[in-house]
Design a protein. Structure first.
Length: 220
């Protein structure tokens, strides 16, 4: 007995379509606080798919994702540069965090061969400036009231106004008292890096005193 089978019924797409890989940003992905000048910050992401014919580039947005600018030195980097592992996790060092002080920053990682393959930070991260009091900062320094004392600091990064306030804190049994403004020590140009406290007030007499330098801009 001969049995015949009907022809297989099928249909084809009328045009070609594309299946692409994916990129997923892991770090920074929101709420990170990095500091201008940091040299140990890595951008991390994972990928799905074969990117052997495409390098990666990384861009920065300062307005929460509205506009993007490629990061110098982090464009058109191959998989070896990005330490892409067998499990498809990639990582590259941002050699020095730039002076882009903001709290509305996002990172985008994209494929150079097809920039439509990309991912961005889920939330905003921040780059902040820093202040470091250099004098008086060591134990054993003695100032006399009614005389003058020199205060020195360093800063990295800039913020709106670039101003600092200077204050002193007296500790009682290890408990800090309130910040006490130093006369003429408000809205001092942070780039000056120094200030003279003239005629030190007797109210500051104590064996447990600290100087504080803080930015005028609260979110700096």
């Amino acid at each position: 007995m001969r049995t015949s089978h009907p022809s297989l019924v099928y249909g084809n797409s009328t045009s070609n379509f594309t299946i692409t890989g994916t990129i997923t940003v892991a770090t920074p992905n929101g709420n990170e606080n990095w500091t201008v000048g940091d040299t140990n910050r890595y951008i991390n992401w994972s990928k799905v798919g074969n990117y052997s014919t495409s390098n990666f580039s990384i861009a920065l947005s300062e307005d929460g994702g509205g506009n993007w600018t490629d990061i110098s030195g982090l464009t058109n980097r191959n998989q070896t540069d990005c330490a892409c592992a067998a499990d498809d996790d990639c990582s590259i060092l941002w050699p020095s965090i730039p002076d882009n002080v903001s709290s509305t920053l996002k990172i985008k990682v994209y494929a150079v061969a097809n920039s439509g393959i990309n991912d961005t930070s889920n939330g905003n991260f921040s780059i902040k400036p820093s202040l470091n009091l250099t004098y008086p900062s060591a134990a054993g320094i003695i100032w006399n009231s009614t005389e003058n004392g020199t205060i020195n600091w360093t800063k990295t990064g800039n913020w709106s106004g670039n101003a600092v306030n200077l204050s002193y804190i007296v500790f009682t049994q290890g408990v800090p008292g309130p910040d006490m403004p130093i006369p003429n020590g408000t809205s001092v140009n942070a780039s000056d890096g120094g200030f003279t406290w003239y005629n030190i007030t007797p109210d500051a007499i104590s064996d447990y005193v600290k100087i504080k330098v803080s930015s005028v801009q609260p979110d700096a």
